[in-house]
Design a protein around this ligand. Structure first.
Ligand code: FPP
Length: 287
């Protein structure tokens, strides 16, 4: 099956359910994080293949610092291993790596791996892969507000001149430029909440909640989420569908080589729409 589908420019994923996935299998929670990390490679590859421009993965929240030391240590080990193991593949795919969050809170040991990887991969021009690490949207907003206030005190701005664009320049996501706004947020594990993730940037995003845990989230689930996104009408508070933040592509089965980009407005065929209307989601998905 192939459907002409609108591809969101920026997808952000809340990779949830690692702990539950592991506990269900009578493994320690960290086993879920290990399996979860190995999922990232396939999802990045698929996002790239489909023509997604930016992919942001919620890897560690400001609230996650309260987890037991043992779990924290393992998470940092996993992050380091991931960077060491995947750098070559990310380079080969021309992936531009970035991080948002309070990276100054990370240990010198983690920074010792992260910083050089960022340095080497941040010049790439392909998919912008961003890890949200020690990230919290409220923290990002507070920080931006404080930085703006400081600039006002220093005479660089006046409070009355503040615009949305100006405030956005102080967000961690400013590194994403015009891609900072999120088109599609996916959360795995069946939980239906945003958990302090990109509250500003996702103001007009579409949300898809998948009831598979992150270690089971496969490229087919990503395609399914994109298909759901593609069927929705984004109005941005207005009255017309405004698919301005998308490109179109032909979503094909894995392995199929044909992936085309089109520049016309995407109009799903009636047959495709009818098919999706009957069965919009695969088994195991929440609507
Ligand atoms: C949520 O599951 C997941 C996390 C807090 C960490 C996500 C981390 C990874 C996928 C691996 C490491 C990341 C990188 C960037 C290599 P949870 O533990 O809250 O699961 P639960 O809700 O079932 O308890």
């Amino acid at each position: 099956m192939s459907v002409q589908t609108r591809i969101p420019k920026h997808i952000a994923i809340i990779m949830d359910g690692n702990g539950r996935w592991a506990q269900k299998r009578h493994h320690p929670r960290v086993f879920g994080h290990i399996r979860g990390a190995s999922r990232i490679r396939e999802i990045v590859r698929e996002a790239n293949r489909l023509g997604v421009k930016a992919l942001t993965l919620y890897a560690f929240s400001t609230e996650n610092w309260s987890r037991p030391d043992q779990e924290l240590n393992t998470l940092w080990k996993i992050l380091k291993k991931f960077l060491i193991r995947e750098e070559r593949e990310l380079q080969a795919q021309n992936v531009c790596l970035g991080v948002i969050g309070e990276i100054e809170r990370l240990s010198a040991d983690v920074r010792g791996v992260l910083d050089p990887a960022l340095e080497r991969l941040s010049k790439n021009t392909g998919l912008k892969l961003t890890f949200a690490v020690s990230y919290g949207s409220r923290r990002e907003l507070m920080r931006a507000t404080a930085l703006f206030a400081r600039d006002c005190v220093e005479g660089k701005h006046r409070p009355e001149d503040l615009t949305e664009d100006m405030l956005e320049q102080y967000f961690w996501t400013s590194q994403l430029g015009e891609l900072a706004d999120v088109d599609l947020v996916i959360r795995t594990s069946g939980e239906i909440r945003v958990s302090n993730f990109m509250l500003w940037q996702a103001a007009y995003a579409e949300f898809v909640f998948a009831d598979v845990c992150w270690p089971d989230f496969a490229p087919s689930h990503l395609r399914n989420a994109i298909e759901q996104y593609s069927q929705r009408h984004r109005r941005f508070g207005g009255v017309n569908s405004a698919p301005t933040s998308t490109s179109t592509a032909l979503i094909s089965k894995p392995g199929a080589a044909n992936l085309t980009s089109a520049h016309s407005l995407p109009v799903p065929t009636p047959e495709a729409t009818a098919k999706l209307a009957v069965s919009p989601v695969k088994k195991g998905w929440m609507t």
